[in-house]
Design a protein around this ligand. Structure first.
Ligand code: FMN
Length: 198
């Protein structure tokens, strides 16, 4: 096995980082570059670093036990497996949607289009009926679907795994629709539009 240079906390040292003091927020001071080598990772820096991984935006939706449609804006979404076809979404434990998705047998993941920034903002709000005034329908699995998206997957709940202050919900894809169009993107805490690379 290749031997790695270790930091004080036993974590690998990033190439090019000459030192660290083991405390959150080391190597600041004027430059854009920030490094972090401690086990006690500074949460703001962690968020900032993760925000530099560009994503699309989804609305993950399910029906609560009373039959009410519920959904959240989520970009912690990924495709996981082809056989069986699995996707995952990470859901914060504290939010109201968490018990809804863990109890619902099915959920949908709706891929937002460039024209749907308002829906991303709406479905990220707390304490409102998010589907009120929003064009939607019920999918074949019973999960709510938004109109005007790039497409969606409808899933049955496959497994729920621990993920720190989030849960990782694995869904088995039962139904797919692809409409296509221009996506809504998220990068460095801002909405973006896709630009062709030449
Ligand atoms: C761009 C963006 C991405 C988000 N991604 C997630 C996510 O992946 N998982 C999550 O739990 N919350 C995510 N949120 C926050 C939730 O949308 C928000 O906490 C939720 O809608 C709260 O609603 P509730 O308390 O009614 O359930 C995101 C918010 C925004 C603006």
């Amino acid at each position: 096995m290749k031997s790695e240079k270790k930091g004080k906390a036993g974590l690998p040292i990033a190439p090019g980082s000459s030192h660290h003091n083991g405390r959150a927020g080391s190597a600041r001071g004027g430059s854009e570059k920030e490094t972090e080598m401690s086990r006690e990772i500074d949460s703001q820096l962690f968020r900032r670093a993760m925000s530099h991984f560009a994503t699309g935006i989804t609305v993950v939706a399910a029906t609560d036990p009373a039959g009410r449609k519920y959904g959240i804006t989520a970009n912690a979404f990924a495709s996981v497996s082809l056989d069986p076809p699995l996707v995952l979404v990470c859901v914060e434990k504290q939010i109201e949607f968490c018990p809804v998705i863990t109890e619902a047998g099915h959920f949908s993941v709706n891929f937002l289009s460039a024209a749907q920034e308002h829906l991303s903002r709406r479905f990220a709000m707390k304490g409102i009926d998010k589907f009120e005034g929003v064009e939607s329908r019920t999918g074949v699995t019973g999960a709510p679907l938004l109109a005007g998206t790039l497409g969606y997957v409808e899933c049955s709940r496959y497994e729920v795994l621990p993920g720190g202050d989030h849960i990782i919900v694995l869904g088995k894809v039962e139904y797919i629709e692809v409409t296509g169009g221009e996506p809504l993107l998220y990068f460095a805490s801002r909405y973006r539009l896709l630009q062709p690379h030449e």
